[in-house]
Design a protein around this ligand. Structure first.
Ligand code: FBP
Length: 549
């Protein structure tokens, strides 16, 4: 297949590894661990994998020998830059321990394990995918691995291929399921180790031991590049307000990181909206106030960053969505008979007065999206809701009222953007290329040490890769009990934006100035070759979290 010049050059990049992983190494065990909350319940549910110590690899003079092993790998959930390097690192690590080891890839996500769809990943295949974006080497999928039947069907193929270890590359839910699988295989003495790897561009799988999920760095850099370009355009023509929605199903880490990289006029953070119990009108008034203040200075242009998950963090919208889900689930047939022109009225008549008022205040298009687009579980698919248009249109209406009242005298023209899929398969930045390769290599070493129920962990990531600390964190350590589909379940705690954390505080301290003045920053495209300060810097979020600056 024909390749671009960058593809060819990038294929030869050798990812950096932590010093401890470069030669012979020894494993250091820490003290026994506890789950972050609900210790008694989690311990009861995971009697075989609870309380294990945190592990770190350190350089050693002792050379060990390892038997050949067959391992399997699964990519789970949304794509994130660097997945191919996790697999390359895993492959190289397994081969380093014993050249006769083999790696199998299950196809199209966890479903591949259950349906027995797989390929053997040979050196030729791996070489094709080194340092590339995407998950296309084996594909990904969102099948949840959670039932005993699935685990047993998986075990059949693992036994058939003599696979002794399985690496699951996924987000919080996939790693939770990986841990349930590890516990199950241990309980039945299946002789299969299960290791997880932290993936998601959303950045919400992180804690004391997992500093960041892979892909967040690259995705934020791609979005920040285009936001910067839009800001240049915006500041050149000075005639548009750009409403930019950014991916991130729930947490606002991506919006926050992009704001820190580009200094837009406005950045909405869902976690703050929820904490302050803001209504949709409050958010609209906040934006309209800034638009009017800039207009008073003659600046009828600006940029607004909006996190994808915002709608569900607005308490009134959350209530409305809950009632709508319920109503539509119980009245699907009757609703299907209603004429299109009548649908909004019909729904409004059947909602509680409070929710009907919110519903009818929405622009027609959004009201329709809320009532029509359901996923297979009957839930609104928030990512399909054009929150950027919702806010833009509502701000437009508010400004018209302000104009009548003599509080605003400007022009308001909008442009709308949604950045998500553009960044999920980008070629990994140097940080993600190195981080992912190290995560995969570490997973191989954990397999070599016979571990199960661990997540591969690489820490100290704001320092040069040489100084990174590779090891494993027991997945049970990150768990707590949460209500899911009406039942209490053990899950890895999702990391939302902390309002008392340095990244948010940094935004909060600067945003008034960014709103009033035009302080845009232009990060430019990801650089793979050149000075280290240009090519190897990780996210502002990680630097602020780890170093406070
Ligand atoms: P993961 O949590 O599986 O990594 O996926 C994250 C994400 O990219 C979200 O940001 C987004 O809301 C969602 O996936 C989109 O899902 P899909 O690819 O199924 O449209």
């Amino acid at each position: 297949m024909k390749k671009s010049a960058l593809q060819i050059a990038r294929a030869t990049y050798q990812p950096k590894l932590p010093k401890a992983l470069k030669g012979p190494m020894a494993l250091q065990e820490g003290a026994p661990t506890q789950s972050v909350a609900d210790q008694a319940e989690i311990q009861k549910l995971f009697p075989n994998t609870y309380g294990m110590p945190v592990l770190s690899f350190v350089a050693s003079n002792e050379t060990k020998t390892f038997p050949a092993i067959n391992a399997g790998v699964i990519l789970s959930g949304g794509q994130a830059p660097g997945g191919h390097n996790v697999i390359a690192g895993l492959f190289d690590g397994l081969k380093k321990m014993n050249k006769d080891s083999k790696l199998y890839g299950f196809l199209l996500g966890p479903g591949g394990l259950v349906d027995h769809k797989y390929i053997e990943l040979t050196a030729d295949i791996i070489d094709e995918y080194r340092n590339t974006g995407g998950f296309d080497i084996i594909g990904s999928g969102r099948t949840k691995l959670e039932t005993k039947e699935q685990f047993d069907k998986g075990l059949q193929i693992l036994n058939q291929l003599n696979i002794k270890a399985l690496v699951i590359i996924g987000g919080d839910d996939s790693n939770t399921n990986a841990c349930v699988l590890a516990e199950y295989y241990k309980a039945i003495n299946a002789g299969i180790q299960v290791i997880g790897c932290p993936k998601t561009i959303d950045g919400d799988l992180k804690n004391e031991m997992i500093e960041t999920s892979f892909g967040f760095d690259t995705a934020c850099k791609v979005y920040s590049e285009v936001i910067g370009n839009i800001q240049r355009d915006c500041n050149s023509a000075k005639k548009y307000w750009h409403f930019i929605k950014l991916m991130g199903r729930s947490a606002s880490h991506i919006a926050l990181e992009c704001a820190l990289q580009t200094q837009p006029n406005i950045a909405i953070i869902s976690e703050e909206v929820e904490a302050k119990q803001m209504t949709l009108d409050d958010v609209v008034n906040y934006i309209a106030g800034i638009v009017a203040a800039r207009a008073a200075e003659g600046n009828n242009f600006g940029t607004v960053l909006i996190p994808e998950g915002l709608i569900e963090f607005i308490p009134a919208m959350k209530k409305l969505i809950a009632e709508l889900n319920d109503f539509l689930a119980h009245n699907a047939e009757a609703f299907a008979q209603v004429e299109k022109a009548e649908q909004i009225n019909y729904i409004a008549k059947n909602l509680s007065a409070e929710n009907a008022a919110v519903y009818t205040s929405l622009p027609e298009g959004v009201a329709r999206q809320l009532s029509l687009d359901r996923d297979p579980h009957g839930n609104v698919q928030v990512s399909l809701i054009e929150t950027e248009k919702l806010l833009g249109e509502m701000v437009g209406r508010r400004l018209a009222e302000m104009k009548k009242a003599g509080q605003y005298n400007g022009k308001f023209s909008t442009q709308y953007h949604f950045f998500g899929y553009e960044g999920r398969c980008a070629a990994p930045s140097n940080f993600d290329a190195d981080y992912c390769y190290s995560l995969g290599y570490t997973a191989a070493m954990l397999i070599g040490e016979g571990k199960t129920g661990y997540m591969s962990s690489v820490r100290n990531t704001t320092q040069p890769a040489e100084e990174w600390i590779a090891g494993g964190v027991p997945v049970t350590m990150m768990m707590n009990m949460e209500r899911r589909h009406g039942e209490m379940k053990p899950v890895i705690q999702k990391a939302l934006v902390k309002l008392d954390g340095t990244p948010f505080k940094t935004l909060a301290a600067a945003r008034e100035q960014w709103a009033k003045e035009t302080c845009y920053m232009y990060p430019g495209p990801i650089q793979y070759f050149g000075p280290s300060e240009v090519c190897d810097q990780t996210t502002v979020t990680l630097q602020l979290e780890q170093n406070g600056k």
